[in-house]
Write a protein that binds this ligand. Structure first.
Ligand code: KIV
Length: 267
């Protein structure tokens, strides 16, 4: 596709039974690579706080940090649909804050949509954003901003009552107007039930193969961050080793006087 993807293209993919491929991205060069590969959706996830900034979890991530990364990605002028993650406390306080902060991602950052963690509890916020034409991706199940409530990053919806409450969350975010929903860390049978019962696309992460699409953190698939290694991640490359080999070769060259040579010098 030579034009930019829209939320209509993403929704049509579910209707046509085409799987949606989404990855996180936080910088300009990676966005260029991903877009040249034809990724459908790019998420500037608040996971940037963990895999890029080195925080223990996503809670400290600020609006300024998210905007900085959104702008860097958008400078690559991607064809993919770009979604910015709303960081902790940028939308939970009240509707006005949520609207102002979401609006900054669209107006200043150039994103096409925002992502919000929460189900029934966040339906009024989703509704308020959609009412001012800000498209929303909802995010239910294992929601990393709820780490303290969940007592860690634990699979959600294993018990019947929990599964029913996640079904309610899924219906609530669709009714509120979300155009897609991320299902994170839930049993695959539940993800299948949710996917079958919604009209909007489900995008899974640790939610099995029945979702309409999948999302992973780019640092995880590249083997760039060894801090966590969740079961649901598939590692496609070991970039950490490639970088370490290059840095070791450089150090050796400098120490042995093999770099720079004439080739790298001015006369
Ligand atoms: O922040 C993030 O990267 C996310 C995805 C993993 C869904 O929320």
């Amino acid at each position: 596709m030579s034009r930019k993807k829209t939320i209509l293209d993403i929704q049509k993919m579910k209707a046509d039974g085409e799987k949606i491929a989404m990855l996180t991205c936080y910088d300009y060069p990676t966005a260029r690579i991903m877009d040249s590969c034809g990724i459908d959706m790019i998420l500037i996830g608040d996971s940037v706080g963990v895999v890029f900034s080195g925080y223990d979890n996503t809670l400290p991530v600020t609006m300024d940090e998210m905007l900085y990364h959104t702008k860097a990605v958008m400078r690559s002028n991607p064809k993919a649909l770009v979604v910015s993650d709303m960081p902790f406390m940028s939308y939970q306080t009240d509707i006005r804050d949520a609207r102002l902060n979401a609006g900054r991602f669209i107006k200043e950052g150039g994103a096409a949509a925002v992502k919000i963690e929460g189900g029934v509890n966040m339906a009024p916020v989703i509704k308020a954003l959609v009412a001012i034409d800000i498209p929303v991706v909802a995010h239910i199940g294992l929601t990393p901003q709820s780490i303290h409530r969940m007592g860690g990053y634990k699979v959600q919806g294993k018990k019947i009552e929990q599964a029913e409450s996640l079904m309610e969350d899924a219906r609530a975010v669709e009714d509120a107007g979300a155009f897609a929903v991320v299902l994170e860390g839930i049993p695959q049978s539940l993800a299948q039930r949710i996917t079958d019962s919604l009209n909007i696309p489900t995008i899974g992460i640790g939610a099995g193969s029945h979702c309409d699409g999948q999302v992973l953190v780019i640092h995880d698939i590249l083997g760039l961050c060894e801090k966590y290694s969740p079961k649901f991640v598939k590692r496609y490359a070991d970039v950490r080793e490639i970088v370490a080999d290059a840095v070791n070769a450089y150090i050796l060259d400098v120490r042995q006087g093999n770099f720079p040579t004439e080739e790298h010098s001015f006369n």
